[in-house]
Design a protein around this ligand. Structure first.
Ligand SMILES: O=C(O)CCC(=O)C(=O)O
Length: 270
């Protein structure tokens, strides 16, 4: 696949709304490989490790969430610098044209949601963390964390689409009807929130500082997504996951650079 690059319209919409949808970001063969890998996940209880990946559900209602999924099989390694989106991330959150230009993969999650599940509303520009902040100045984007949410199943009405509040990455006020994360607010009827319907293979790209969450899944069956969170090369993983040496050793140089942009500096042995 030829690398997709952000167009002037993408830049305009990303700046205005805080998100864009990249249609057909991955092809059918890639989807089959990823869905096959999902089919082979063992059943894990919350907190259980599988190699260097761990089931760590964000809340008791989000469903199965396998963190550090880049360690869960080769198809997940191909996602690290996938041409469907990597140039977008380099531009939006890669400290473009600075002395620390480059990306770091901050978190990667394989998520399966069943009926009743949801991810509560969170983030927004008001007193938002610098980590996920939106910023553009002097002709360059300087965002913190930006997320790729890749649909592995079609996500339409009732399927639990991710919802976003367009423009809320720049908000100077708290949303008066959204409580806090701990209250477990559902996105479903939040004024201003819109669903991001996706066809399998489409990717939702959003700056983490936008108000967002996963609406309630009401349909039977599974919603399957991947979430890859990118940030500047000096970032670190949020929950302390480390990429294993065997993984780093087998990756292409370009992929390794995204998992370990700054190799450890140590004195020589001996
Ligand atoms: O599961 C979803 O649809 C949204 C996920 C989300 O809000 C997040 O990972 O920050």
């Amino acid at each position: 696949m030829e690398p997709k690059s952000p167009t002037a319209l993408d830049d305009f919409l990303f700046d205005l709304r805080g998100y864009i949808i990249i249609e057909n970001a991955v092809d059918a063969g890639m989807l089959d490989d990823l869905n096959g890998a999902f089919d082979r996940f063992p059943s894990l209880s919350a907190g259980e490790w599988w190699g260097n990946a761990q089931r760590r559900d964000y809340t008791s209602e989000t469903g199965f969430e396998l963190h550090n999924c880049v360690e869960a099989g080769e198809p997940f390694e191909r996602m690290i610098d996938h041409p469907g989106w990597i140039e977008y991330l380099r531009r939006y959150c890669g400290e473009h044209e600075s002395y620390v230009q480059g990306l770091f993969l901050d978190e990667c999650i394989a998520s399966i949601r069943t009926s009743g599940g949801h991810h509560p509303v969170h983030s927004g520009g008001f007193r938002g963390a610098l980590r996920g902040a939106y910023h553009y100045s002097n002709g360059v984007f300087r965002c913190g964390q930006c997320n790729i949410l890749l649909a592995l199943t079609d996500i339409g009405p009732g399927d639990g689409p991710t919802m976003v509040v367009p423009g809320s990455h720049k908000s100077n006020f708290p949303h008066p009807l959204a409580g806090n994360y701990a209250m477990g607010d559902r996105m479903d009827d939040l004024p201003g929130a819109v669903p991001a319907y996706l066809k399998k293979g489409d990717a939702l790209l959003f700056v983490d500082g936008i108000m967002h969450g996963g609406s309630s899944r009401t349909n039977p069956g599974d919603r399957r997504i991947l979430i890859y969170r990118y940030g500047p090369l000096w970032a670190s993983t949020r929950f302390g996951y480390e990429y294993s040496q065997p993984l780093l050793d087998r990756l292409t140089p370009a992929r390794r650079l995204i998992l370990q942009p700054v190799p450890p500096a140590r004195p020589p042995k001996g």
